[in-house]
Ligand binder design. Structure first.
Ligand SMILES: Cc1cc2nc3c(=O)[nH]c(=O)nc-3n(C[C@H](O)[C@H](O)[C@H](O)COP(=O)(O)OP(=O)(O)OC[C@H]3O[C@@H](n4cnc5c(N)ncnc54)[C@H](O)[C@@H]3O)c2cc1C
Length: 471
């Protein structure tokens, strides 16, 4: 039967494709993985790993540079971005070799090259001329940066995230177009390294798909570090100016300009099928993505699509979950993808980490909703670390107390969201979260305090003022 044969070919070696290949091999299939751009995909080479490495290195630089300013009078040397990039290459190389080793040890045959469908059962590897035949394919070809359709977006000095990850020198001023995850992380990285940074976002707030209080908290933190934020601001054109570029944007009916040495376009990503020839396999990517069902099956029997190529949340861990799901189905182990508890993280400081429903979504879907909140300004750990920004928020169904979603804005939020994801996944209640003993002093205690608040028994927050007593 197609799709339940002995073989599967995985196209793309990113966090969707390579775990799919390993899981398929573990499940007894003969596996071929074809990748043209380096194992690890966007995530390893141009996404998750390099951005986090540069955020960490740049934060270390900012801290070190702050000490002389605090009193010694010694001028700190400018940031060595080229050195950071060299370290980045070492780390990427190490991780790519690790991925290749894992695939080899699982018996996966890796072919370096571009796969193009000839028909639903065969692909041609362009670079080698090899034709690979299989009853099953997993398409994991990822995505590429969206372009900004405005005048001047092809000028030198206008970059997407790929290009910005190979700069050798810190630009004097950076204009970032787009106030989503990628825009915010780059904004903080450049600011840490001493650049003047302006974020220009068309929507009324940053991270617009999260709740308003989340947007406001991260905006406040970024602005207090000196980043300028312009929301409700639509870029009209980019032009050359003496000494750099000018970005003209319309804000409240008025045209304004911000100047920059680098303009970073971070306006989203679109699924990529470059070279794949999906139509020859009978696949017609809709609105850019390949349509799949809950088992990651496309409309063509035996062909699966996962990760960014299948649309939805463009996150590495979502791609991995889908890849493993597709691999199991290809091996004849019925599996359904689960989207209820996929964490969404922005690795700025403070971090933003959310899982499940936002408060706005919960209020749309449920008649009664309970919300508990705890500010980091009241957390012992946050105060001792000088990181009192943000809050933890637990959103629960009003009657049962079942946890529907969690949002945390604060240092180490990405670590604490693992526990929240488990609560959402296991349909735990706020009582379950509140009665779990958390280590002290930790940032994760804020989550418990928010759950306690949702359960009406907060300990570390003063009670709400009682309404005037009736005598
Ligand atoms: C700047 C940035 C930061 C990010 N940070 C995070 C983060 O912190 N956390 C997170 O979860 N996500 C992050 N992401 C998103 C994450 O990188 C993607 O969601 C993830 O890489 C998608 O995985 P994928 O396997 O679907 O595709 P990809 O990782 O894009 O991999 C696709 C692979 O397929 C190959 N390929 C494409 N076409 C063909 C073909 N025809 N033949 C052979 N091979 C082909 C490509 O070369 C590539 O290796 C970030 C993205 C960016 C751009």
């Amino acid at each position: 039967m197609r799709g339940n044969g002995k073989r599967v070919v995985v196209i793309g070696g990113g966090p969707g494709g390579y775990p799919a290949a390993i899981r398929a091999a573990q499940s007894g299939l003969d596996v071929v993985l074809i990748d043209r751009g380096g194992l690890g995909g966007t995530c390893l080479h141009r996404g998750c790993i390099p951005t986090k490495l540069l955020l960490k290195e740049s934060a270390d630089y900012r801290k070190a540079a702050a000490f002389p300013a605090a009193g010694t009078g010694i001028a700190y040397p400018p940031a060595d971005l080229a050195g950071m990039m060299r370290r980045k290459e070492q780390v990427l190389g190490q991780l790519e070799r690790g991925t290749a080793g894992l695939l080899r040890k699982n018996g996966v045959r890796v072919i370096a090259g571009t796969a193009s469908f000839l028909d639903p059962s065969r692909v041609l590897v362009g670079e080698t001329g090899e034709i690979v035949e299989s009853p099953a394919f997993i398409v994991a070809t990822g995505s590429s940066p969206s372009r900004l359709p405005v005048e001047g977006s092809d000028l030198p000095g206008v970059a997407d995230s790929d290009a910005a990850l190979s700069l050798e020198r810190v630009p004097r001023a950076v204009a970032i177009i787009g106030g989503g995850v990628i825009g915010l992380e780059f904004a903080q990285m450049f600011r840490n390294l001493g650049a003047e940074v302006t974020i220009v976002e068309m929507l009324p707030r940053l991270l617009a798909s999260e709740d308003g209080d989340v947007s406001a908290a991260i905006r406040g933190a970024l602005e207090s570090s000196g980043i300028a934020v312009r929301t409700g601001a639509t870029v009209e054109r980019i032009g050359k100016m003496r000494g750099g570029l000018g970005v003209d944007f319309r804000e409240g009916g008025v045209i304004r300009r911000t100047d920059a040495e680098l303009v970073l376009v971070a306006v989203g990503r679109k699924p990529s099928f470059e070279g794949l020839n999906p139509v020859k396999a009978g696949l017609n990517p809709e609105k850019g993505a390949i349509r799949v069902n809950g088992r990651m099956e496309t409309d063509i029997p035996g062909i699966y699509a996962v990760g960014d190529a299948a649309g939805g949340l463009m996150l590495a861990h979502k791609a991995t979950m889908e890849g493993e799901c597709a691999a199991q189905n290809a091996a004849g182990i019925p599996t359904v993808a689960s989207y209820a508890a996929i964490p969404r993280v922005v690795y700025t400081d403070p971090e933003v980490a959310c899982v499940g429903l936002t408060e706005a979504e919960a209020r749309k879907r449920h008649a009664h909703v309970r919300v508990g909140k705890f500010p980091f300004s009241m957390s012992g750990r946050a105060i001792l670390e000088g990181a009192p920004h943000g809050f933890a928020k637990v959103i629960a169904e009003g009657e049962t107390g079942c946890v529907l979603g969690v949002a945390i804005v604060g240092r180490q939020a990405a670590q604490a969201i693992g526990e929240a994801s488990l609560a959402v996944r296991l349909e735990a209640t706020v009582g379950d979260l509140a009665d779990l003993v958390h280590p002290h002093p930790t940032f994760s205690e804020a989550l418990r305090e928010a759950a306690l608040d949702a359960d009406g028994r907060a300990i570390h927050m003063p009670p709400a003022p009682k309404s005037a007593a009736v005598v």
